[in-house]
Ligand binder design. Structure first.
Ligand code: GDP
Length: 506
């Protein structure tokens, strides 16, 4: 299925750089390249870099020294003849070289067309083509490793045995129908059910793993929320500084919403530092607060920062009550390097929780706690336990209690635990297996679900021992979506199995 036309594109990103590459693919790639580049000897050697000079035909003058690498079909990325011309990375030269290629009869490549040709020519399957895109877009090494595994065909490798079993079943049933009088071994209903169940169990696992795969591929957003001065920005910077891997200011963010991305255990985590979460004074501020809240609600996770060296305030309570129903909440009791000073607790607090009898055995800090009316509750309670209890238990909302971590943005205490908790909350199925043992692509997940639906119907048909013709329809329904992931199963494949693996006789 080699294409007629030869395509060309600048394959390196726009902008100046040490090097820039123009890539040609197609039947005329070598001819066009050798026409434009002066080379010491021809023909070009395969898979060897050759020094040449880019000298446009009209002027004959040398514009740039280049390195030409030629890959002859089918041993190339696209399985066609491919020539890569490395120039110095001057955008003007690269564009001019591309234009010269166009003048010589090449066509400008569409986005992704090199990879599409690799797919159309059978060099890679669809999952691998998709992995190329993910690899290019990866922001962390972990993401890149996952994409690289898929580029090597991990998704197809995982699905292939299931496709094989389905094909095998289909082939046997078809054979039973077509060659009924030839004594084709009849497959037992129980045998069919066992096979179908085995496939379903594994496909179910893949579908479940997608939630984690999606996080790996797309990353997560964490909103950092709290009263002014509790240490939000400091914690935000701590979390970023420890992993400098990615620091991308997101354009379009406003003064009160700063977003940056850090690499947390290989998962890109976008922190949204929110300010101004307090009762709005005027209309304009109200809009700002509403926007902040929708950013908080839209985030995958929320981190509420509390200044543990200061009294718990009503604002903290209000904030907590707004955050808890949103779920996925962590609370950082920050400034843990300072002596804790809770002298007042939030309204709604039940003093019973802080009864001296319960608090007394704890670590003996000299805290003075007071109830809502300001009565001191002396008794040597330690803050973290009590605030934890409050934070986890005060709200009537049925959401799971938030996790609490003591941190100091100043000394770095607790930052490690905080990250671990963020990761645990963000990606609870992290221990899902090595890279490549999960799917990262929504398209794949949906197709696998479709296949599961087909399998469920087939199972029912087998249980009810419906005629093979009917069962076959369901089996094809289960197989087709898998084909759409890995590439088609042709009717020939089924015939092949019928004639090769079964002795049909005659
Ligand atoms: P934000 O308004 O919540 O973003 O708070 P900032 O991060 O700007 O911090 C407010 C003040 O608290 C600054 O002076 C910080 O240096 C200080 N601060 C932040 N975190 C800590 C901490 O863990 N311990 C101590 N002692 N001071 C902190």
């Amino acid at each position: 299925m080699l294409s007629e036309d030869t395509i060309v594109a600048v394959s390196t990103p726009a902008g100046r750089g040490g090097l820039g590459v123009v890539r040609l693919s197609g039947t005329r790639a070598i001819e066009i390249a050798t026409h434009l580049i002066k080379l010491p000897k021809l023909p070009l050697e395969t898979q060897r870099a050759t020094l040449g000079a880019f000298a446009p035909v009209e002027s004959g003058r040398v514009l740039d020294q280049v390195v030409v690498t030629c890959f002859r079909a089918p041993h190339s990325y696209t399985a066609e003849d491919v020539v890569e011309i490395s120039c110095h990375g001057a955008p003007i030269i690269l564009r001019y070289l591309e234009e010269c290629c166009l003048t010589q009869g090449a066509r400008a490549a569409e986005p992704g067309e090199f990879t599409m040709r690799a797919f159309l020519n059978g060099r890679i399957d669809l999952t691998q083509a998709e992995a190329v895109r993910d690899l290019i877009e990866s922001q962390t090494l972990y993401q890149a490793r996952v994409a690289a595994q898929q580029l090597e065909g991990s998704v197809s490798t995982r699905l292939k045995p299931h496709k094989q079993v389905l094909l095998d079943l289909i082939a046997r049933l078809e054979a039973g129908i077509d060659f009924a009088e030839d004594d084709v071994a009849v497959i037992e209903w129980q045998d069919i059910l066992t096979r179908l169940d085995r496939i379903s169990a594994d496909l179910e696992k893949l579908v479940e793993g997608y939630e984690y795969g999606r996080i790996v591929r797309e990353g997560l957003t964490l909103a950092i929320v709290g009263r002014p001065n509790v240490g939000k920005s400091s914690l935000f910077n701590r979390l970023l500084n420890e992993d400098r891997a990615i620091v991308t200011p997101i354009p379009g963010t406003t003064r009160d919403l700063v977003a940056e991305t850090a690499n947390l255990g290989g998962i890109p985590l976008r922190f949204v530092d929110t300010a101004g979460v307090r009762e709005a004074l005027d209309e304009v501020e109200k809009i700002g607060v509403e926007r902040t809240f929708s950013a908080i609600a839209d985030s995958d996770l929320r981190l509420m920062v509390v200044d543990a060296s200061e009294p718990w305030t009503e604002d903290d309570t209000l904030l907590l009550e707004k955050l808890r129903p949103l779920g996925s909440l962590l609370v950082a009791l920050n400034k843990s390097d300072l002596p804790p000073q809770v002298t007042d607790v939030a309204p709604g607090f039940s003093p019973a929780r802080f009864s001296p009898a319960r608090a007394a055995p704890s670590l003996g800090s000299e805290l003075a706690l007071s109830n809502a009316k300001g009565q001191a509750l002396k008794g040597g309670a330690t803050i973290p336990e009590d605030v934890e209890e409050f934070v986890q238990g005060n709200s009537d909302v049925g959401a799971t209690p938030p996790e609490i971590v003591r941190t100091s943005a100043l000394t770095g205490e607790g930052i490690h635990q905080l990250k671990a908790k963020i990761l645990a909350l963000a990606a609870p199925t992290r221990n899902i297996g090595p890279e490549g043992e999960f799917i990262t692509n929504l398209r794949h997940q949906q197709l696998i679900k479709n296949s599961l639906a087909g399998l469920a119907k087939a199972r029912q048909a087998a249980e009810q021992q419906t005629p093979h013709e009917m069962l076959l329809l369901d089996l094809y329904d289960a197989l087709r979506p898998l084909d759409l992931i890995t590439g088609a199963t042709y009717a020939d494949d089924v015939l092949d199995i019928i004639f090769k693996t079964f002795c049909v006789g005659k």
